[in-house]
Design a protein around this ligand. Sequence first.
Ligand SMILES: Nc1ncnc2c1ncn2[C@@H]1O[C@H](COP(=O)(O)OP(=O)(O)O)[C@@H](O)[C@H]1O
Ligand SMILES: [Mg+2]
Length: 233
Amino acid sequence: MNDNGSGRSTVIECHQVKKTFVQGAYSVPVLNAVNLSVAKGERVAIVGASGAGKSTLLHLMGGLDQADAGEISVCGHALNEQNEQELACIRNQHLGFVYQFHHLLPEFSAVENVAIPLLIAGMNASDAKAKAIGLLEKVGLGHRLSHKPGELSGGERQRTAIARAVVCSPNCVLADEPTGNLDAKNSQQIYELLLELNKEIGMSLVVVTHDLELAHRMDRCLEMTNGCLHTLG
Ligand SMILES: Nc1ncnc2c1ncn2[C@@H]1O[C@H](COP(=O)(O)OP(=O)(O)O)[C@@H](O)[C@H]1O
Ligand SMILES: [Mg+2]
């Protein structure tokens, strides 16, 4: 990780990032010049109208799509210099993802879903299972260990997805409207959980949300407009 001059290391750095989607004869410019620096442990909210490019930016930061121009680095690794295998390794080691819809694997239990990133990272099955159980207990799902996603409520599925996102102790969690599909009470619980884990694990948080009240609980709130990020007062 790089030192950003404040004594805090930088986890994610975006410099003049541009992205345009081309569909046949049409091109849709989405990101014009995005600059963003996320410090270790920092909590950043991104808000903005639907279609503004928030998910596109998160995909680029996660190495799930490529920028047309500019540089993105994750924990000092320039993403445009990595091949697919290296990108997968960076995602597994440094990042956690939470989506609006949980993206859990339907045929696996909660424990198995949470253990999978550990198995991919090379941990043996019994240690991975023990760690997954510990984390599920921590997020309040100790009584739902062997339930499959279809047997869990929306809030429980999202808590399982958060457990999966943090199980490898990532440096940063990228959350794309993690409560977009939940009622107010469950949304509140999900935010409390993310903030608690942020404190305990020290991971940074980049959260895309429509909820301004929750966004202002982060250290910084940025708005995506015209393909750029602006500080929201
Ligand atoms: N794979 C794609 N191909 C073409 N256009 C896309 C693609 N992904 C996103 N877009 C377009 O880019 C714009 C930004 O999308 P998105 O990043 O999903 O916005 P947000 O998350 O802020 O709602 C939208 O106009 C969307 O239609
Ligand atoms: Mg989106």
